[in-house]
Design a protein around this ligand. Structure first.
Ligand code: R2B
Ligand code: URA
Length: 350
């Protein structure tokens, strides 16, 4: 008999329709193992640390995480990142700095007097990364290609650091379909542009399809943290991942367009019939890679417009910034609940 080891963060609600387990639970991992999903062994050990399932890495002395400019032989990754419990990823460097500042304030995490948040990966000249107590924030740029590179290096970083049961959030923006702009969508599933629930990658000349699975229970817990006082709605829905902002999302305002407005609406309606509430550019890869790594993950995005009403994102930049904080607010509530449960709120010195 395998025991559930979920340790839910939100369990004080009527959870009859909720998923019974996080997808990193022993029960689920055992099922996945029986399904043959882990030919190189389970991706995590019983204590929640991530295991190195690519045996080739054992042959490299001092793995170097090129795009982070951090390495196993150049940095004490355990000392620097061993206490990381949450990773918040977002598109822009500014958003992840704002995110670190916001979370730090909300969890009562104080940096030593006279010090400030520093960009840990500034020397990489590629990405920005900040650490505030148990939270790491990292930007990933636009689209799967830049996100996939930094996510894979973050996964390796979490393994080398010995971080226990890390949870990775993507905090993003998106275009909504038939929902009020400014709403927050917590993704249940990621779909590609062909409405397939997979991340498809060409490897050695063949297309490999990976299931784009997010943690449904985590999504339910996050969505439950919206309150009546919020001036925005938070809902669970499916999310489409496009490989392009313009034609790939059915826009008609790009430099090229060889379809009609009617074709566009037909496509958007088709997406709606799959329960798709928003379109962004990373969710399939994000969900597939975290799932493979045995990491709980959630994609939480604010919608900047309703695509049934238009294509242009015309809101002033200050309004956009005020909307971008909304997914961060929801995720911060989850982090606060976790820390409170573990007697670590306020977090204190970090
Ligand atoms: C949402 O917004 C960005 C494009 O503007 C992209 O990163 C995404 O997923
Ligand atoms: N990001 C996207 O990818 N699409 C939108 O419509 C808005 C933000």
């Amino acid at each position: 008999m395998i025991n559930c080891n979920c340790e839910f963060v939100v369990d004080d609600v009527n959870s009859t329709n909720w998923e019974a387990h996080y997808n990193t639970c022993n029960v689920i991992l055992t099922q996945r193992e029986k399904n043959g999903e882990f030919p190189n062994g389970r991706p995590r050990s019983a204590d929640g640390t991530l295991l190195c399932i690519n045996k080739n890495l054992n042959k490299i002395s001092g793995d170097y995480l090129y795009h982070l400019d951090l390495g196993v032989s150049t940095h004490d990754l355990r000392a620097l990142f061993g206490d990381v419990k949450f990773v918040c990823m977002g598109g822009t460097a500014k958003r992840v700095l704002d995110c670190a500042k916001f979370i730090g304030k909300e969890i009562g995490c104080h940096l030593p007097v006279g010090t400030d948040l520093i960009d840990i990966t500034a020397s990489s000249l590629r990405y920005s990364m900040y650490k505030i107590g148990p939270v790491l924030t990292v930007n990933h740029g636009i689209g799967i290609s830049t996100m996939s590179v930094v996510l894979q290096e973050v996964i390796k970083l979490l393994r080398y650091s010995g971080s226990k049961d890390p949870i990775v959030f993507r905090i993003g923006t998106s275009g909504g379909i038939g929902i009020e702009p400014g709403s927050v969508v917590v993704s249940e599933k990621g779909f590609n542009g062909l409405q397939k629930n997979t991340y498809d990658l060409d490897i050695l000349g063949k297309t490999v399809s990976m299931p784009a699975i997010l943690d449904k229970r985590l999504a339910q817990e996050l969505a439950s943290l919206s309150t009546d006082d919020d001036d925005f709605k938070t809902l669970i829905g499916n999310t489409m991942c496009a490989n392009d902002f313009y034609n790939g999302q059915g826009r008609t305002d790009g430099p090229f367009c060889e379809y009609t407005e009617e074709d566009k609406f037909e496509f958007l309606k088709k997406l709606q019939s799959h329960g798709i509430k928003n379109i962004e550019m990373e969710v399939t890869c994000f969900s597939a890679l975290t799932y493979k790594a045995g990491i709980k993950a959630a994609d939480v995005c604010v919608t900047l417009l309703d695509r049934l009403k238009g294509d242009q994102v015309t809101m002033p930049k200050n309004l956009k910034h005020s909307l971008e904080i909304r997914p961060i607010i929801i995720v911060t509530r989850y982090i606060q609940k976790y820390l409170k449960k573990h007697g670590k709120l306020p977090f204190g010195k970090c």
